[in-house]
Design a binder for this molecule. Structure first.
Ligand code: HEC
Ligand code: HEC
Length: 379
């Protein structure tokens, strides 16, 4: 797995992070901040970017599936945290395969490309087109500032104005220190300003141990050098064979499958071995962002860790069991893609009925460690 932040194309690098300073936003980022929280930018009004990416929820929400602004419309994915994303490389193929990009399937190459989608997604903010979003910004209290920053004629050309809305949002998501403060207990421990309990340290050791949790193989707990804080993601993609979540309305159709990199939302990848792979998310602020995984199927952090270590030893805990006692493993993937599920890396190398890589107390220790990744700790 690649070192985090190493991929191509990102405008930011992790190196050189200083202690978090109070945000000093550029004029464009100040506009982005206003747009991010503006509930008039949905149709009907009432929903903003912040509705689903709340600062006190690790920049995610606690809803399994996000309900759109229009009654009866719901998305198909659990909202991820958008914290620390400014360190994400843009989408690219590397030696580790597909890496980086925005959304859980990486389909948006950049922050600005990402920001084009929610406003006009019928299951989210539901505007009919870019022109209606631009008309709303033109009528907003900050319209004069928008013209001051982007030119007095900016509203004359819809595509140009829509581009500037996304550029403003991207500037905010990059510049606002609150999106990447590095103020967790873990960060203060790294810089010698706080101590972790014995159990938290033991949890970290299990998280790192290639024979135990092996979590750090995909969620690195060290940066590329000692000075650089880790992001707990290497931005690669993997297939965990998660259980299907009946709470997602689209899953009422037995022929509907969310296959991540290979569709149906993303449409430009046809390599069948990538079907079912989703991006490795950061684990920073993970205690705040339940439920978990792309389909929100796991409700608690403890169950996430339990799932990792018992998926293969006791699959009946996670998947439907038929009348004859047969377990329908990987029931959220068509059978032809079951071979794509990661079954070789620890902790996935245990046989049916075998001993899980972590026992109950070790699972608790890993969870205690994960809770040290919440920002806003007072040392
Ligand atoms: C109705 C809830 C909702 C609203 C409103 C919403 N988002 Fe999201 N956001 C999501 C979900 C769900 C995903 C994951 C979607 C996917 O993977 O296809 C996501 C993904 C993202 C990502 C990519 C995260 C990653 O890990 O790559 C960013 C950045 C983001 N949203 C920013 C925004 C911005 C900016 C707005 C406003 C223009 C916005 N969101 C509005 C629910 C929402
Ligand atoms: C082989 C790579 C790999 C390993 C090893 C791994 N993870 Fe993950 N992790 C992922 C991927 C990929 C996802 C996203 C999967 C999805 O949503 O479909 C993920 C998601 C998660 C999430 C949910 C994040 C969210 O925002 O919903 C948590 C929590 C997590 N992992 C913790 C761990 C822990 C703890 C370990 C060790 C026991 C671990 N992971 C080991 C690849 C890995």
């Amino acid at each position: 797995m690649a070192g985090c932040g190493g991929g191509g194309g990102s405008a930011d690098t992790v190196s050189g992070i200083a202690a978090p300073a109070p945000s000093e936003l550029s004029a464009a980022a100040e506009l982005g901040k206003a747009i991010f929280a503006d509930t008039s930018l949905s149709e009907p009004g009432g929903m903003s970017c912040q509705t689903c990416h709340q600062p006190d929820k690790g920049h995610a929400t606690n809803d399994v599936v996000q309900t759109g602004v229009v009654t009866g419309h719901a998305g198909t994915r659990n909202a991820p945290s958008i914290g620390y994303l400014k360190y994400s490389p843009n989408f690219a193929y590397t030696d580790d395969g597909p890496t980086g990009g925005f959304f859980r399937d990486g389909r948006a190459m950049t922050f600005t490309a990402q920001a084009r989608e929610p406003f006009v997604n019928p299951d989210e903010m539901a505007n009919p087109d870019a022109a209606s979003v631009v008309a709303k910004v033109k009528a907003a209290a900050y319209a004069d500032r928008f013209k001051a920053v982007w030119g007095s004629g900016v509203f004359d050309d819809v595509q140009n104005a829509y581009d500037k809305i996304t550029v403003s949002l991207a500037a905010y998501e990059r510049e606002e220190a609150g999106f990447a403060p590095f103020t967790s207990k873990f960060d203060y421990w790294r810089s010698g300003k706080a101590s972790l309990t014995d159990r938290e340290l033991q949890g970290l050791a299990l998280f790192n141990d290639p024979q135990k949790g092996n979590c750090a193989a995909c969620h690195p707990s060290t940066g590329p050098d000692a000075r650089t804080p880790p992001l707990f993601t290497d931005f690669t993609y993997d297939n965990l064979g998660l259980p299907r979540n009946p709470a997602i309305p689209a899953n009422a159709d037995p022929d509907y499958f969310d296959l991540g990199l290979c569709g149906p939302v993303r449409t430009d990848i046809s390599d069948p071995t990538l079907c079912g792979a989703f991006k490795v998310p950061t684990l920073r602020n993970i205690a705040l962002t339940a439920p978990y995984f792309h389909n929100g199927v796991i409700a608690t952090l403890r169950d996430v860790v339990r799932f990792y270590v018992t998926r293969d030893t006791s699959p009946e805990l996670w998947y439907p069991v038929g009348a004859g006692g047969e377990v329908r493993k990987y029931d959220d993937l068509p059978a032809r893609y079951h071979g794509n599920v990661n079954v070789t890396e620890v902790p996935y190398d245990r046989p049916l009925g075998g001993t899980p890589a972590l026992d109950d107390d070790e699972i608790d220790q890993v969870v205690e460690f994960l809770r040290t990744l919440t920002d806003g700790y007072q040392p």
